[in-house]
Write a protein that binds this ligand. Structure first.
Ligand code: 0L1
Ligand code: MG
Length: 261
């Protein structure tokens, strides 16, 4: 796909986020769009945001559950980037009027103490390079009508990245050698979704390994100090103004936010 087309599709999706407006998926008019083109559009959105003064918080993995991969007919997850403007304080508020049709996922985040590079890294390689693992909530907000998209659409749309709430319980990687962590999403005190860390590609460290592999094919690597969202333990749950979202993770403090108009 031509560079001018890549740029105009990136502008289109970036503007949809700024306008908080859902748009028709870009493959409807561009059915030839490949996964490679889609990552170029994502790169262009990142460039546009950086030029506008935004800064990257860290990478995120998406479609890490078997259910989502089967639904999208893929064998590999996808990745995108969380920006600093997307960060929300634990216990803080998220305004739905700033978003389109947000959903919340219970995730685990990794902080690296060493650079990670290459293909086929084992769970042990990843844990050995990890400083801490901590709970986080990802708010996804596809810019597409009714959250309906194909794989290239969602990659181009920076994997629906929208907001992130970071928990304050830092766990040592040793705790994740064999432990299964569960998480339950409560909305206004009612349990809405439950899942375990096993839902993230069998083990969240394998998600980081896959990210390292996907980046290494692009000549990139993961860096010490980087915070990475490994993927969701649960399905994504829609929320509305007036809701209070609180997520209980085994052995860690709750992560929560209020939803305001
Ligand atoms: O973070 C995720 O797993 C979501 C990736 C994009 C798919 C979606 O928006 O549902
Ligand atoms: Mg996610």
């Amino acid at each position: 796909m031509e560079a001018t087309k890549i740029h105009s599709l990136a502008e289109f999706l970036h503007q949809a986020e700024l306008d908080k407006r859902e748009v028709t998926r870009i493959t409807a008019e561009n059915p030839e769009l490949t996964v490679e083109d889609a990552y170029k559009i994502q790169d262009e959105i990142i460039k546009i945001k950086l030029e506008a003064g935004d800064s990257i918080f860290g990478p995120k993995m998406g479609l890490t559950s078997e259910a989502k991969m089967t639904q999208m007919n893929v064998t590999e997850p996808i990745f995108g980037y969380v920006f600093n403007y997307m960060k929300v304080q634990n216990g803080g508020s998220i305004s739905v009027s700033q978003l389109i049709h947000p959903k919340v996922e219970a995730e685990l985040a990794f902080v690296l103490k060493k650079d990670l590079e290459g293909e086929n890294l084992s769970v042990e390689d990843v844990l050995d390079a990890t400083e801490y693992i901590f709970p986080a909530l990802e708010i996804i907000d596809s810019r597409y009508e009714n959250f309906k998209f194909t794989l290239p659409d969602v990659i181009a749309d920076n994997t629906s990245a929208s907001r992130v709430v970071l928990g304050d319980s830092l766990r040592k990687p040793e705790d994740f050698q064999s432990d299964l962590v569960g998480a339950t999403i409560f909305i206004n005190g009612e349990a809405k979704a439950f899942g375990t860390s096993c839902a993230i590609l069998g083990h969240p460290a394998l998600s980081i390994s896959m990210l390292a592999a996907m980046l290494s094919r692009k000549g990139k690597s993961l860096k010490a100090g980087e915070i990475i969202l490994a993927g969701s333990l649960t399905e994504a749950v829609r929320f509305n103004a007036g809701d209070y979202i609180s997520v209980k993770f085994d052995g860690m403090n709750d992560v929560s936010f209020h939803v305001v108009e």
